[in-house]
Write a protein that binds this ligand. Sequence first.
Ligand SMILES: NC(=O)c1ccc[n+]([C@@H]2O[C@H](COP(=O)([O-])OP(=O)(O)OC[C@H]3O[C@@H](n4cnc5c(N)ncnc54)[C@H](O)[C@@H]3O)[C@@H](O)[C@H]2O)c1
Length: 274
Amino acid sequence: MSVWSFAGKRVVIAGCATGMGEATARELVRLGAELHGFDIRPSAVEMASFHPIDLSSPDSIATAVASLGGEIDALFNCAGLPQTFPAEAVMKVNFIGLRHWTEQWLPRIRKGGSVSSITSTAGFAWSQHLPEIMELLATPDFASAEAWVAAHPDLVGDGYGFSKEVATVWTMMMGARTIKQGVRINCICPGPTQTPMMNDFEEVAGATMIDVFTLPIERRSTPAEQAYPLIFLGSDAASYINGHALNVDGGFVGAVATGQIDVAAEVGKVLASN
Ligand SMILES: NC(=O)c1ccc[n+]([C@@H]2O[C@H](COP(=O)([O-])OP(=O)(O)OC[C@H]3O[C@@H](n4cnc5c(N)ncnc54)[C@H](O)[C@@H]3O)[C@@H](O)[C@H]2O)c1
């Protein structure tokens, strides 16, 4: 059996209606997975089953998880909301619901299995808020995380960047825990990607501001270019990769870290030209 294949594997994906999740679902089916999809909207991808879910609601998560019995080999988390939605909704879908949903599946993921999520390069400054993020990660459940978010409006801001910082750090932290049951957990941090969500980002920031985050590659990613590395992380080919946040950003974060891109200066140039 090829380490790249998903033949014979039972796989669950959340967020399979559009964008990167849809591209991931199509490729997983092509690779032979028995794929079970979950989303707030229907998906055009032909899968073994489809189940509605609203990741911002613990009741909906409970109903959805109960609607598919048995064990699974891999979980892919591709759902998300942009900052055109209220900050509490963004925090719920992008982190609080993601965590709660994943925790429901963990006891049912077989040894040798994996969890692979999409966070974002929008969370690349997570180290600046690590003490606060660890405080949020210490909340035991959905309700207490919601209360923590409500009590920290300045830090949470519009919810997008902070939710991605938290989801990235949570993935890194969870690696040391899930591996004790033989399950790896990782995430990709995509740069700007041409999906339906891009319309929302352009509405908030403007296309020229988004171009700053496509330096140095000078183009946006396609959804498939994010699906392939995400699927790799969830495959047996990545069996020693755990607790890792993989930048899939055309070189942006590396160029910032090595002083080749000055984000503040680039943002300043865009603001001055507006
Ligand atoms: N597009 C980008 O430039 C970009 C960059 C970095 C990270 N991301 C992240 O990538 C992930 C995928 O986004 P995308 O760009 O493919 O956008 P998208 O809007 O096409 O996909 C989001 C998916 O999440 C689903 N969803 C939304 N709310 C939900 C809810 N309450 N419950 C269940 N499902 C819900 C949608 O129906 C859709 O299938 C998101 O987490 C997003 O934040 C996007």
